[in-house]
Design a protein. Structure first.
Length: 363
């Protein structure tokens, strides 16, 4: 009989298996958790709390969210951004409903068909130059409500910031909301990087959400310093139905919800959300300034958040990717995306710019 001790791995304790000095510009999801978030998780860890959202942290989160999104806001913590979007959009639509969005929207490009397959939703997509919708663009797909042969447009979904790193102004969102509501449609805001937008605009989040007329927000925390977790924030209770049931049906109900809620509370009760976003945005601006004077590199979208989109020679990008991780956005066009995070440092940016210049020189 084999000795059970002989087949044990050499180490059964947790070991650091990565180089903490390794940096990249592929995604703000690559960053770890902010120390204040980890402290909050440790604080919530002792003892027992009621499961499935009846804990004191989830209860207090409601007060915190109402400070940011109005007196009627209600937060439903979920595991991730795709889950938040699918749950929110289901709550705003009938089975025959459709969602109008930009063709570059995350729900269309980067969620693996989840809105269609899991939510049963038809996406009516509209090409845009900067990722932003307008009332005029919305009208390209907002029609045919009485046509039984066509999915019924019921929701306009916008992202703040957009997938191209651009920001809507409060007036632009207000115009979209007024137009959508006049058409009998509701408005969903994908706020995976909502904090970065508020930092750029230098206004409270309420200015371009509940005050502007948005009905539901997918609030993103993971890209802004949390370990995991987002929230569906119902800004207009009259616009949705069955949120609790949809969250469970969509496999987004956390049993130990306190560990999602306490992170959101730590992020939003003070100014951590804004500090993190401002820093990430500032690093993107530093990166933009560093690459603009490099011959052969062109920044193609306004840098209004923590993203820089640029074109450069394909071979240079491939060599640079061996030194720093980042993604092609459109490989055929040589378009890449560089993302900064709350923990990106000036030294990180400067080293990346130096590496870029070196690789351009080799070309």
């Amino acid at each position: 009989m084999a000795d059970p001790q002989a087949v044990k791995p050499a180490h059964t304790d947790a070991r650091r298996r990565h180089d903490p000095a390794l940096r990249g510009f592929a995604s703000d999801n690559y960053a770890g958790a902010h120390p204040e978030i980890l402290e909050a998780l440790a604080l919530a860890n002792e003892g027992h709390q009621i499961a499935y959202g009846e804990d004191v942290y989830t209860e207090h989160l409601q007060y915190v969210m109402r400070r940011h999104f109005g007196p009627h806001a209600e937060a439903f913590p979920v595991f991730n951004g795709t889950g938040a979007n699918v749950v929110a959009l289901q709550a705003l639509t009938d089975r025959w409903g459709a969602v109008v969005c930009a063709s570059t929207a995350h729900i269309n490009v980067d969620e693996g068909g989840a809105p269609e397959r899991m939510g049963g939703l038809k996406l009516l997509t509209i090409p845009t130059e900067d990722g932003k919708l307008t009332p005029e663009l919305i009208d390209r797909e907002a029609w045919g409500w009485d046509d039984e042969h066509r999915a019924m447009p019921q929701v306009v979904s916008i992202a703040q910031t957009t997938e191209l790193g651009t920001c809507y102004t409060p007036d632009e969102i207000r115009a979209i909301c007024e137009h959508a509501h006049q058409l009998g449609m509701k408005v969903h805001l994908d706020g995976a990087r909502i904090a970065n937008a508020a930092a750029t605009l230098n206004v409270p989040m309420r200015t371009f959400t509940n005050v502007a007329g948005v009905d539901v927000v997918s609030y993103g925390g993971t890209k802004n310093g949390m370990v995991f977790g987002e929230a569906v924030v119902v800004v207009n209770p009259d616009a949705v139905r069955a949120m609790k049931h949809l969250r469970k049906l969509s496999m987004q109900l956390a049993s130990k919800m306190r560990f999602v809620s306490v992170q959101l509370e730590a992020l939003l009760a003070g100014d951590l959300w804004l500090r993190n976003a401002r820093h990430a945005n500032a690093m993107a601006k530093r990166l933009e300034a560093g690459v603009r004077d490099v011959d052969g590199v062109e920044v193609v979208h306004a840098v209004q958040s923590n993203a820089v989109f640029a074109t450069l020679p394909h071979d240079v990008a491939e060599r640079l990717q061996k030194r720093y991780r980042f993604y092609f956005w459109d490989e055929a066009a040589g378009l890449v995306r560089w993302m900064c995070a709350f923990d990106t440092t000036e030294a990180d940016v400067d080293a990346f710019v130096t590496a870029l210049k070196e690789e351009m020189g080799r070309g």
